[in-house]
Write a new protein. Structure first.
Length: 249
């Protein structure tokens, strides 16, 4: 008000509605598409593949809305809910450098439209940064995220096993060996957060805790790359995707 910018307060009030509203719209629609893809790959019931005349997966939209409303229950404030969503998003994106490193190692000569300079360095550093961002969200957020991940794996894994036993046409292939690093990563990061200084017990001093996370993340990265799917299996998966795409799906 002193410098004559009182009008800026109204802009911020409008933005406080428009910005979360836009984010909510994007997350809701993208989540319905994710559930649609999970159903196509055999990890979710085929009801998620139902679309209306405009191609919108309406069942996925409904379930996304219901799940979003339920997620408000364990969080006392908007700030903590945002922290939860941010950690979940970063955890999802943390898989990108792992996929990059595995594909570059398993299929080094495969034709690609772009080759990232210094990818061998950028990829593990990206995974470390993602792990640190997750850690910085704090123990109070991470333990809730852990429960959400556990519920998700029980639902997706349970239906995948059901689809395999029933011999459904879209039953997925479960490659447990290639995913052996994942439980260790989730549990290890949780333990470090529990003992760390960001909402934890504080038994690991500041800065040392971040060093522990970095070293731990590097170990997980190279472990995951080492046990990644063999090149022939990856090639087969790529061919399967190309066949589906060619069929208009």
């Amino acid at each position: 008000m002193t410098v004559g910018l009182g009008w800026l307060a109204y802009v911020l009030y409008v933005d406080a509605i428009v910005s979360p509203g836009g984010a909510g719209l994007i997350y809701t629609t993208s989540t319905s598409r994710i559930s649609y893809g999970l159903s196509k790959n055999g990890y979710a019931p085929q009801a998620f593949e139902k679309v209306d005349k405009n191609g919108v997966p309406y069942f996925g939209l409904i379930m996304s809305f219901v799940t979003g409303v339920i997620c408000f229950l364990p969080f006392p404030s908007w700030h903590e809910l945002v922290g939860f969503i941010t950690s979940a998003s970063v955890l999802m994106y943390a898989g990108a450098p792992l996929a990059f490193g595995a594909l570059r190692r398993r299929l080094p000569d495969r034709e690609r439209s772009y080759r990232l300079p210094g990818g061998a360095f950028i990829s593990p550093v990206s995974f470390v940064v993602a792990s640190l961002i997750i850690y910085w969200s704090g123990w109070d957020t991470l333990y809730r995220l852990g429960f959400a991940i556990l519920i998700g794996y029980l639902l997706l894994g349970g239906y995948a096993l059901y689809a395999i036993r029933k011999g459904l046409p879209n039953a997925p292939r479960l490659d447990w060996r290639a995913a052996q690093w994942l439980p260790a990563f989730l549990l290890g990061l949780g333990v470090i957060s529990w003992q760390g200084t960001f909402g934890g017990q504080g038994n690991i001093p500041m800065w040392w805790d971040m060093l522990v996370v970095a070293v731990f993340a590097l170990g997980i990265y190279f472990w995951a790359i080492r046990v990644a799917l063999p090149a022939d299996v990856i090639e087969q998966n790529i061919e399967d995707v190309e066949v589906v795409d060619a069929g208009g799906h």
